[in-house]
Each structure stands twice: as structure tokens, then as C-alpha cells.
Design a protein around this ligand. Structure first.
Ligand code: FAD
Length: 527
């Protein structure tokens, strides 16, 4: 193979960072070793976004992050070239033709575990092999451990979270240092040919919108306020979660729209992570990190999150263990859920193809009720905690985990509507849409997935509401019709009061709906 003119790092929607990025790090070392420039490539593929139900918010977040990355890479003399490509099925050919035009010899990319993306990469690999020009290197980067590497004694992939966690925890110390991006090719080191290519690439811009995925101005402003783009912003969100104090409800409810900006500097004992073990299910407080948009887009690595917690635990003598006795330990175990669902997707790809993991529930009899589905989407079901959750999703593109579970369970078990319709709506609405975690969460709630809640254990939304939002602040914030309702009524307003306030009445009675769900799950196919 000739020395060639460039090494290429192909950045994807899930690894949008310069720091601690495996493919970029390897590409940069290779470029330095070969003494040729490194070029970063990003391909916007609107047809893929449609196929994966990507929300306009997620696409907008991608574009905003690309702008930051272009700057960071630029400061290292690495150009970022962004192209838009359609149709999706010719994307591999397009990649090869771009690589050829740069006379590239190496391609590096982080693996995406979705089936379509794996097929695409295999095609790129085959084309490159046929042409004998570019050596392709697809590497694992999304998780703490490579999907599929931890196995049961029988050599099978884990389908239960707890044993997976036990196998996963010893790997927390595998990544003591961030992966460096070494390449820093000065323009005078670049050949005449490269100079021309380089100049052109540095001057290409990142589009600020993609047709079909535009946000209205108000929404765009909210997204920018709640989820600012860039690695610095992501590390800031993490730092605040680890080091700043959680506000109690007495101190005044934190605006659910805040991105976690609360008073600075406090001892870790009172920090939000310190309280995470006890408070993480409180939706009326800023109780969780709100890092999910950054983790889903790879703006920060999960390794960086683990390293930061280990640093903290070293300082504050809090141990990361499986005992769930500390806030830090409990939070790290949430990161393990993210890994777990990616492992499931990689090992059982059928879950991402509309199939239940537990095939015995493939024929559960669902209601087809457009009115109920629409009311659920819009937050008009007459169940305040469900409506608050859905309105939060619609307004800010993000939801607290507990409300995701409550709203998902309500759609599936109370309204008896197919979980796949809910899964799709979340992807279309949330800024942190991630196929593996979203599918995992929905199949958990629908009792069809790996390690799910048993089908007969059905959340009572009113009891859940009292536990998750004991102050009622969350409901009052997102459901203004109820802004003057206090006490237990906020969780289940009496019919007369609801009517007076113009708030809808529930479509179903929970106890009856519960019996219906149990009947249908027990005998799939029965009406
Ligand atoms: P924290 O509590 O601070 O947790 C830290 C990180 O751990 C999260 O950012 C996330 O990356 C990971 N994590 C936490 N809980 C889970 C979990 N149950 N499953 C997988 N990873 C987890 N998460 C997504 O990132 N994208 C999704 O599309 C998504 N869809 C979901 C759908 C349903 C029905 C359910 C029940 C859960 C879904 N989750 C999803 C998981 C979880 O709700 C969010 O990750 C979490 O609410 C994000 O808030 P946070 O960053 O403050 O979380």
C-alpha cells in the first residue's frame, strides 16, 4: 500500500467529541506515525434519521455539536468535512469516493451497534477491500466494555441485569486515562496536494439546519438553554452533578427546565450525586445528572463519567461497589444499564427490529385507539403525572427516568396500546433518543424485554405520582390547569374539580385496566 495522502476519521452521531475518543485517537496516532494529515469526516444522512425516527431536536443537537467539534479539531489543524448524503443505500459508495478523492489509506470509525449501521459498515469494508486502497478499522467505543465480552458461565450473553452488573463492575478501572488525540499536523508539514485539499476542507461549513428537521424558534431556544452543545458544556453538567448541592423542596422547587444549574460548590456529601441513592426518583427536584443527551451523542464518554466518579470517591472515601449504598455507586450502576442495553442490542439484534425479546408476548392483543394515543402524546389523559411527563417531553425533549417508566407503563398497561408506538414517539420527541436504551426501557415497561418488570406488576400511576412528586411541584409546573391544586388532589383530581378547571377525566379506571392487561398478557391473543 502506498503511503497515501491522508488518514480519515469518520465521526458518527454517537461519538461527537474530541477527548477520549477511541477511533479518533487511533486515527491520530496512525497519521502521526505515517506523517500524513488526518481528516475528520461527518456524513449527514437525512434518510437514516427518518428511518430511525430521529427527533429534530437530536438532529439539531448534532449540528450544534459539529460546530463546536469543527473548532476543536481546527485548533489541532484537523479539518472536519461535513457532507449531506442521500439516498442512504448509496452511502458506502459515497464514502469510498470521498476517500479516493483524498487518496486516503486508512479509515477509522467507532462502531454503531444498530443493524442498518453495521450492514453499512460491512459494505464499506467490502468495497474498500475490493479496491485494495483503504484499510478500514472499526473499533468499539460506546461502552465501558466491548459488547458481548462479558458472558455467563455457559458462554451466553447476559439477559439479566444483576449478574451483568457483577461481571461489569471489575472493568471500571480498565480506563484510567483519557485517550489522546495526538495529531497536530502543521500546514507546512503538508504536501502541496494536501495543502490544496486542506485549505478547501477547513473552509467548508456545518449546515445550521436539515430540511425536514427544522426546529421552530422557541423550541430551538429551549434546546440551547437546557442542553448547550459541546464537550465543555457536557463536562460542566457532569461537574455540577458531582460537586454542587441539590436543592431541597423547602428551598424552593428547581425549575424542571433548568439544565442543572444550581448553586455552586458544596461538600460531596450534600452534592446531587451524594443524594442520588435516596433522591433519584424525585421528579420534582433536580435529582439526576441530565447527562443523557451528551452520553447519547457521545459528547462525553461514559469512561470519563466513571473516571470522574472514581476521582470523587477517592477524595471523599466513597466506594464504587455493587452494594448500592452510596450515591456514587448507584449512579455508576445507571451507566451500567446503558451498557447492558447496548450489549442486548448487539447480541440480540431482533429487539431493534420491532420484535419483543420474549417472543411469547408477540401476540398480545393491543387496542387500536387513535384518540387515546393522541391524548397520551399530548399529555391529555386526565392522569396528572402522565400528562406532566408527556408535556415535559414535548416541551423540553427530555424526561426524568421515573416519569418515562410511569408514562410508558400507562400507555401499555392502562391504555393497552402497543409499546412500539410509544417507543417511536419517544425517539421522535426526545433529544437523548438512543435506540438501545429506549428499546430497553420500553420493553422493560411492556414486560416483553430482557429482565423486565413482570407483566402482572403494574404501576398504579396515582401511587407512583405521590412517591415521585410528593410536593406536586412537577405536576403544577407542567400542567398549568392544576397550578392551584394542592394536597392529594394534585395526583388524582376529583371529577368535579377537574371539570371546573377544564382538565380532562381519565379514559380508563386503573383497577379495571389492570385486570384487562393481566388477562391479555396471560393469554396472548385474547381480547
Ligand atoms: P441519570 O440518572 O443521571 O443517569 C446517568 C446516565 O446513565 C444517563 O444519562 C444514561 O446514559 C444512563 N442511564 C440511566 N438510567 C438508564 C436506563 N434505565 N437505561 C439506560 N441507561 C440509563 N435513556 C437514553 O439515554 N435514551 C433514551 O432514548 C431512553 N429512553 C428510555 C425510554 C424508557 C421507556 C425508559 C424507561 C428509559 C429510557 N432511557 C433512555 C433511560 C433513562 O430514562 C435516561 O437515560 C435518564 O432518564 C436520563 O436522565 P439522566 O441523564 O439525568 O440520568
Amino acid at each position: 500500500m502506498s503511503k497515501g495522502d491522508a488518514v480519515v476519521y469518520w465521526m458518527r452521531m454517537q461519538d461527537m467529541r474530541v477527548q477520549d475518543n477511541r477511533a479518533l485517537s487511533q486515527a491520530s496516532s496512525e497519521a502521526v506515525q505515517l506523517g500524513i494529515p488526518l481528516i475528520a469526516l461527518f456524513i449527514l444522512s437525512p434518510q437514516d434519521y427518518i428511518a430511525h425516527d430521529r427527533s429534530a431536536r437530536r438532529v439539531d443537537f448534532t449540528l450544534r455539536n459539529l460546530t463546536c467539534i469543527k473548532q476543536s479539531l481546527g485548533s489541532k489543524h484537523i479539518p472536519l468535512h461535513v457532507v449531506t448524503h442521500s439516498p442512504r443505500k448509496t452511502l458506502p459508495e459515497r464514502v469510498l469516493s470521498i476517500l479516493k478523492s483524498w487518496n486516503a489509506v486508512r479509515l477509522f470509525a467507532n462502531i454503531e451497534h444498530e443493524v442498518d449501521e453495521l450492514r453499512r459498515d460491512i459494505r464499506v469494508f467490502e468495497l474498500a477491500k475490493t479496491e485494495g486502497m483503504v484499510q478500514c478499522n472499526f473499533v468499539h467505543d460506546k461502552c465501558i466494555i466491548v459488547p458481548g465480552t462479558v458472558r455467563t458461565k455457559e458462554g451466553k450473553g447476559y439477559t439479566v441485569y444483576s449478574p451483568f452488573l457483577r461481571a461489569w463492575l471489575p472493568h471500571l478501572t480498565d480506563h484510567p486515562d483519557p485517550l489522546a488525540c495526538a495529531a497536530d499536523v502543521q500546514p507546512n508539514q503538508v504536501s502541496v496536494h494536501d495543502h490544496h485539499v486542506f485549505g478547501r476542507l477547513f473552509n467548508t461549513s456545518v449546515p445550521d439546519r436539515i430540511e425536514g428537521f427544522e426546529l421552530i424558534d422557541e423550541d430551538a431556544d429551549t434546546m440551547r438553554e437546557c442542553f448547550p452543545a459541546g464537550e465543555d458544556a457536557a463536562h460542566d453538567v457532569l461537574r455540577r452533578f458531582l460537586h454542587t448541592k441539590a436543592r431541597s423542596s423547602q428551598a424552593g422547587a428547581v425549575s424542571p427546565l433548568s439544565s442543572g444549574v444550581i448553586e455552586a460548590k458544596d461538600s460531596s456529601r450534600d452534592s446531587r450525586i451524594g443524594k442520588y441513592k435516596d433522591m433519584r426518583d424525585r421528579v420534582d427536584l433536580d435529582s439526576t445528572s441530565r447527562l443523557s443527551p451528551y452520553l447519547a451523542a457521545g459528547v462525553i464518554s461514559s469512561r470519563a463519567c466513571v473516571r470522574a466518579t472514581m476521582e470523587l470517591s477517592k477524595n471523599k472515601a466513597q466506594k464504587i461497589d455493587a452494594s448500592r449504598e452510596t450515591g456514587i455507586g448507584r449512579w455508576v450502576q445507571e451507566l451500567a444499564w446503558r451498557d447492558f442495553y447496548t450489549h442486548v442490542l448487539a447480541l440480540f439484534p431482533r429487539v431493534s427490529m420491532g420484535r419483543p425479546f420474549q417472543e411469547k408476548f408477540a401476540n398480545v392483543s393491543w387496542e387500536t385507539n387513535e384518540e387515546h394515543l393522541q391524548a397520551w402524546k399530548e399529555g391529555r389523559t386526565g392522569v396528572p403525572i402522565v400528562d406532566a411527563g408527556m408535556r415535559q417531553a414535548n416541551k423540553m425533549g427530555w424526561m426524568h427516568n421515573r416519569v418515562r417508566m410511569i408514562t410508558a407503563m400507562y400507555l401499555v398497561k392502562d391504555l393497552m396500546i402497543d409499546w412500539r408506538l410509544g417507543e417511536k414517539y419517544y425517539m421522535e420527541t426526545l433529544i437523548d433518543g438512543d435506540l438501545a436504551s429506549n428499546n430497553g426501557g420500553w420493553q422493560w415497561s411492556a414486560s416483553t424485554g430482557v429482565d423486565p418488570v413482570p407483566y402482572f406488576r403494574i404501576f398504579n400511576p396515582y401511587t407512583q405520582s405521590k412517591k415521585a412528586d410528593p410536593t406536586g411541584d412537577y405536576i403544577r409546573y407542567f400542567v398549568p390547569e392544576l397550578s392551584k391544586v394542592f394536597g392529594d388532589d394534585i395526583h388524582n383530581p376529583p371529577a368535579k374539580l377537574a371539570q371546573k378547571l377544564g382538565y380532562p377525566l381519565p379514559f380508563v379506571r386503573h383497577d379495571e385496566a389492570r385486570q384487562r392487561a393481566i388477562r391479555r398478557y396471560k393469554n396472548p391473543g385474547d381480547e
